[in-house]
Write a protein that binds this ligand. Structure first.
Ligand SMILES: Nc1ncnc2c1ncn2[C@@H]1O[C@H](COP(=O)(O)OP(=O)(O)OP(=O)(O)O)[C@@H](O)[C@H]1O
Ligand SMILES: [Mg+2]
Length: 225
């Protein structure tokens, strides 16, 4: 059997340790995602979904425990190598798009590719292709402020997939959209994910959306049930 694409083991995370405001968010969380698997992460607000996703996406570090991506233990890598893995192998989508406001939609998708060494022409061609797949190609040269919320989020999907990652992490990717738009935009995301055979961990409060994934995992008291 091949390695899981993501393996989290024994993750703990406490904020404000030793202070009255101390909060133990993760208490030994384990999770494995197999190649090609799309998993929904469902838990109430404050349960630690974002914390878990940020640790899995190498945007934050756990107090204890291990993050393995495609069989590689991340804490054993140098900072430089870890940054490479984060850029090349992991795509991250935030609840609020976090697009760079001073750049156009297409530039937002081109930039991470340039950072990974893709030539500009190829990066632009890929960005246009991705935008076309989610139906936002006609808006490619607009800045985020001139796009609707659903369009902004679809551009953010394209940005996350720009470097053809192996693992997609999404933190309530349609959480700030109205229900109809959320449904359509989520559909566009699932098409992208299924079309590339990507593995994904997607946090959502929406049980209907969760049911469209391969498996649903829940977090409870700092562990993944
Ligand atoms: N940087 C921080 N410093 C202190 N406490 C934090 C920090 N980040 C998160 N927390 C706390 O940790 C807990 C888990 O937060 P987290 O954002 O992971 O939850 P969540 O499941 O993503 O919630 P939501 O559904 O509202 O996004 C919350 O109680 C939160 O207040
Ligand atoms: Mg959150």
């Amino acid at each position: 059997m091949s390695d899981p694409i993501l393996k989290l083991s024994g993750l703990t995370k406490t904020y404000n340790k030793g202070k009255p405001s101390e909060v133990q968010v993760l208490r030994g969380a384990d999770l494995e995602i197999q190649p090609g698997e799309v998993v929904a992460l469902v838990a109430p607000s404050g349960a630690g979904k974002s914390t878990l996703l940020h640790i899995a996406g190498l945007l934050d570090t756990p107090d204890e425990g291990h993050v393995e991506i495609a069989g590689q233990e991340m804490s054993k890598l140098s900072d430089r190598k870890r940054t490479q893995v984060r850029r090349a192998d992991v795509g991250f989508i935030y609840q609020f798009h976090h697009l760079l406001p001073e750049f156009t939609a297409i530039e937002n998708i081109v930039l991470p590719q340039l950072a990974s060494g893709t030539p500009r022409r190829d990066a632009e061609a890929r960005a246009r292709e991705l935008l076309a797949q989610v139906g936002v190609e006609p808006r490619a040269d607009h800045r985020p402020a001139a796009l609707s919320g659903g369009e902004q989020q679809r551009v953010a999907f394209c940005r996350a997939l720009a470097n053809a990652p192996r693992l997609l992490l999404a933190d309530e990717p349609t959480g700030n959209l109205d229900p109809d738009t959320s449904d359509r935009v989520f559909g566009a995301l699932m098409e992208l994910v299924r079309g590339t055979g990507l593995s994904a961990l997607i946090a959502t409060h929406n049980l209907e959306l969760a049911a469209r994934m391969d498996r649903v995992v829940r977090m409870d008291h700092g562990v993944v049930a």
